[in-house]
Design a protein around this ligand. Sequence first.
Ligand code: PMT
Length: 403
Amino acid sequence: MNPLEGKKLIVAVTGGVAAYKAAELVRLLGKAGADVHVVLTRGGARFVTAVTFQALSGNPVWEDLWDARMPNNMAHIDLSRDADAIVIAPASADVIAKLVHGLADDLLTTMCLARDCPLLVAPAMNRQMWEHPATRRNVACLNADGAVVLGPDAGEQACGETGLGRLLEPEALCEQVIGFFAPKLLAGRKVVLTAGPTFEAIDPVRGITNISSGKMGYALALACARAGAQVELVSGPTGLAAPAGVHRTAVNSALQMRDAVLAVLPGTDVFVGVAAVADYAPASVAEHKIKKTQGEMVVTLTPNPDIIAEVAARDDAPFCVGFAAESQDLDRYAEGKRQAKKLQLVVGNLVQDGMGRDDNQIILYDAAGRHPLPRAHKSVLAQLIVEHFASLLAAYLEARTGV
Ligand code: PMT
């Protein structure tokens, strides 16, 4: 299940150095499942050729209002009629001004005037052009007219200046487009998640950890953000980049993870414990590297706090989703954990099925019973988990408020 499967997108490329990023955007949108059709303005074609966009989209590129390839010669109507959105990236100051005033002097502007689908506009221009009162007025007007303005970013510009006006990076733009279409099941909700392993230090270079990659927790954090939630991710050490739209706090040990969770907990509607938290930590951490010459080494371990049990025991406990990683007897252990820790939902998985992998096989356990899901990529499972707990959330929060 690709997030943009079944979506037809028109990507319009106007004149600007950032047009080179549009090539990657077209590739990423296609990879996410979209059927991409490119409209290239005269200015855009000065920077990147139609050949590139045709090769990357797998579809003919449209440049001319009078293109005779459309049987009725009305590309400006037909292109957008069955499209799910038009995405203009990069959008120059000139095209933004034309859109605001309803000018229709080329294929893109005529198509935008005649469209009946959403319009997403990703501006790219020099920082002073972006800050000019005319552009400020035009962008405000574009927003008021219902267009979705994506970015721009701040940073180094092709002209050598630094400031606001950079086109968002293709990955971020693609994510914004995916987020635009995602059902907002968690709009207005705050979700806190833990992910990855913890690292319990023995000395300055050694420690106890596990093979959790963080992939499941990061996929869930992204799915929550796409569903419209404010997302706080408390992550143990992983090599993963923070998902778009997610605020991440990086920690090492279980104690740090607990403190970071408690710090962001106020106002939380949903807590999801995906992290493989070490149950024990060395009772003390050696100040210096322990030398082999010291002979046999004995490490005394003390129990770590159970973060999710502590969160679920609060009077104002959020809806709590726990995970159970077992190597056998999944039903018994997962449902046992749900009841013992007073969780509303537990996601059970066998360690050998999913830990460290890109895909997983999971069973959901809630008050209504067990709900097995087919083996799938973690991004797909994350979406299904979000749909499941979102359907139970309102009733839980209402009951909590009533208490
Ligand atoms: O990271 P990946 O490679 O993608 O792998 C995903 C995963 C296998 C780590 C994930 O799917 C998973 O099962 N996570 C929970 C692993 C685990 O440690 O389960 P547990 O049975 O020990 O803990 C049960 C629940 O209590 C979990 O929600 C855990 O986060 C929480 N817990 C456990 C101990 C502790 N001290 N504090 C906790 O909050």
